[in-house]
Design a protein around this ligand. Sequence first.
Ligand code: HEC
Ligand code: HEC
Ligand code: HEC
Ligand code: HEC
Ligand code: HEC
Ligand code: HEC
Length: 362
Amino acid sequence: MKKFWHFILSAGLLLMLVFALAGCETNQNDTKKEDNEKAAPKTEAKATYVGDDACKSCHGNVITEFQATKHSEALKPISDYELTGELPTVTLFDGADPDNTKPTELNLSKAKLYGVMVNEYLLAEVPDFKAKIYRVAKLVKNGDKYDLQAAKSVDVDKDGKEDWQAADGTSCAKCHAPGVLTESPTQGVSCESCHGPGSNHVDAAPEKKKGSIKASAESDLPDTETCLGCHRSDPEKDDKGTLIANNHYGTRNWFASKHAQSEKLAGCMSCHTSHKANANGQLLQKDSAEDVCATCHEGTDFDLEKLMWKNPTDPHGHITADHSFGAMKYEDMGDDPATKEIEIKNPAYVDLVEKAFPDLAK
Ligand code: HEC
Ligand code: HEC
Ligand code: HEC
Ligand code: HEC
Ligand code: HEC
Ligand code: HEC
């Protein structure tokens, strides 16, 4: 019995103690919170993508400049193209899910269309398919107009007839339609594709605008790394293990150039501009490539066709200028022109590549 009262008493004391302490805790917390608020403002919300229209009121001049560049045309609405017929209903198979041989009907005039990338592929959402973004059709020039054809045709259901396969477009979107992935109101390449999400910058007080939009953790303004996020064209290995020059992204073999290595150069921006097109619509600092070179190499007469060689046998029609500036010459590659990719067979070049990319030596 004594034990019982003892228990009740200690339990009661304990409870009182707990309440007292808890009270104390909250009080202490409140003062801590106030201190914190005084010391550091509450951390800024994570910036989100607001689209190019949100920049217009203050940077209208940059918007106008930008609209004259190829970047602003990375993804164009289907209404920019005159088609030979109406937008059809097509029967599609899921290219992102090869095990799925069930067809689906998609009425392109009612579907969610993102736009046309590289003037060729119509990007759209296909409800119930595995991926978000598909190349559902290909535009093929027919006189002044365009025919719609399959982006990819494969006999998926093995009935001896070619089917329209909706080809995966999610991987392409990263560079050709980045706004679709970031759920930005501007779905192609936009201000925020290089500058990063702009909501905090738009909301910031005038005196706090500077530094409130960041291209990356390392840099407020976009730099060479930003460009290489979409334009890195380093060599790779094909299925047979052969080293091939990568032709897709526009800066083939840039890694090997003296320009990439020199401390004296500001990377891409030594020759290119960020928003302002030259008289020929190119993102170059002068109206001709020769004049760009002359700003630093006065009196040197470069043979630019040879130095910035284009891939003569590109399987995909990417005609991209070599950016090794003579460090990897086409005639020295050891390429077999009969095959479509450019093979790098010259031992000196293989060595150069493997030193820069040890993973490719394996
Ligand atoms: C309400 C006006 C306003 C809007 C809207 C606005 N900006 Fe700005 N922005 C400014 C001002 C003012 C500055 C100049 C800050 C300075 O130099 O002190 C600036 C500077 C910048 C800079 C340079 C930043 C730096 O740190 O040097 C970039 C890049 C930029 N804006 C991009 C954008 C983009 C992209 C958008 C749309 C998403 C946008 N701005 C919307 C007013 C605006
Ligand atoms: C292809 C990448 C790219 C895109 C797209 C881009 N910018 Fe820039 N922007 C840059 C770079 C790089 C700089 C740094 C200055 C330079 O080197 O030209 C810059 C600088 C700026 C600046 C501050 C310096 C200045 O020149 O006044 C503003 C403001 C700006 N950009 C706004 C915009 C707006 C608005 C858009 C959309 C219409 C946009 N940018 C689209 C790359 C880009
Ligand atoms: C979000 C991806 C992306 C980023 C970032 C990007 N580009 Fe591009 N760029 C593209 C795409 C896509 C094209 C092809 C556009 C087309 O024809 O559809 C292109 C085309 C170009 C072209 C050829 C067209 C022309 O006008 O001459 C140049 C040059 C270029 N980019 C330079 C740059 C530079 C310099 C930067 C960095 C300041 C940069 N790009 C950043 C995606 C990007
Ligand atoms: C890492 C970024 C990136 C990815 C991913 C990417 N591309 Fe590209 N693509 C580019 C750039 C940058 C250019 C422009 C190169 C130039 O102007 O030299 C380009 C150019 C092209 C061109 C040539 C356009 C022309 O006018 O000559 C086609 C076609 C193309 N891409 C299709 C695709 C397809 C299809 C996919 C997806 C399977 C894809 N790309 C994925 C960056 C990318
Ligand atoms: C030393 C000057 C120089 C530097 C540095 C340079 N470029 Fe270029 N780039 C050029 C010239 C000149 C052309 C135009 C070639 C032509 O006339 O077709 C070009 C063309 C391009 C093209 C279009 C290729 C095509 O399809 O015709 C892209 C994309 C490009 N550059 C991106 C970049 C990027 C990204 C960087 C930085 C990694 C860079 N460049 C660095 C001079 C330069
Ligand atoms: C902003 C200045 C600048 C511009 C613009 C420029 N270059 Fe250069 N270039 C350099 C520098 C600096 C070097 C030397 C790098 C080193 O050796 O460290 C160099 C080196 C070279 C080399 C290598 C020379 C050698 O000895 O191996 C070639 C080739 C070259 N540039 C061609 C061009 C061409 C072609 C253009 C125009 C499309 C051009 N450059 C534009 C600054 C520039």
